[in-house]
Design a protein around this ligand. Structure first.
Ligand code: PRP
Length: 174
């Protein structure tokens, strides 16, 4: 049995999400905002963040696949589900559960620029920086974490644990 240690409780996540929501509400007032959830990991954070933003927003999703083994990202990224909303002239806020190497974020920035978004910013609940390979900017970040394999609140291990209401670090076998 895999052992795990709690990193962020549901109430810490709620508090942080509400803080980010207030900041986003203040910054995007009067501008057409589209939240783009990056599937699958972001589904839960997006649902909570959207409710913490007090503005009219449009919501859509994108899904990309990255090649490599389960725990490392190779940097080769392929689109598997495109957003459906016309983004021309709109302000895109990408919503991620976690930024790790930064490869996905770099690819997404390019994609949304090419699809005529007026601006592209990123909100990630967790900014995990030890393995960062790309010089990317997380405009709104919840928690900064150095390293670790994290599960829960959307984050999976072999597709399990996404439904846990807290975020845990998986501990190495003893
Ligand atoms: C995770 C996460 C980001 C990406 C970040 O997705 O949701 O999209 O990895 O890693 P990077 O900064 O190294 O590119 P994952 O590929 O695990 O897919 P999932 O969201 O469907 O679980």
């Amino acid at each position: 049995m895999m052992s795990r240690e709690i990193l962020f409780t549901p109430s810490q996540i709620t508090e942080k999400t509400e803080e980010l929501g207030r900041e986003i509400t203040a910054n995007y007032s009067g501008r057409p905002l589209v939240l783009i959830g990056v599937l699958k990991g972001a589904f839960m954070f997006l649902a909570d963040l959207a409710r913490a933003i007090d503005l009219p927003v449009e919501i859509d999703f994108i899904r990309v696949a990255s090649y490599g083994d389960a725990t490392t990202t190779s940097g080769t990224i392929r689109l598997t589900k495109a957003p459906e909303i016309d983004l021309t002239g709109k302000h895109v806020l990408l919503v991620e559960d976690i930024v790790d190497t930064g490869s996905t974020l770099t690819w997404l920035h390019q994609y949304f620029k090419e699809h005529h978004a007026e601006s592209v910013c990123m909100c990630a609940l967790i900014d995990k920086y030890e393995r960062r390979q790309k010089d990317v900017m997380v405009d709104y970040s919840g928690f900064r974490v150095e390293k670790g394999f994290l599960i829960g609140y959307g984050l999976d291990h072999a597709e399990q644990f996404r439904n846990l209401p807290a975020i845990y670090e998986v501990l190495p076998d003893e």
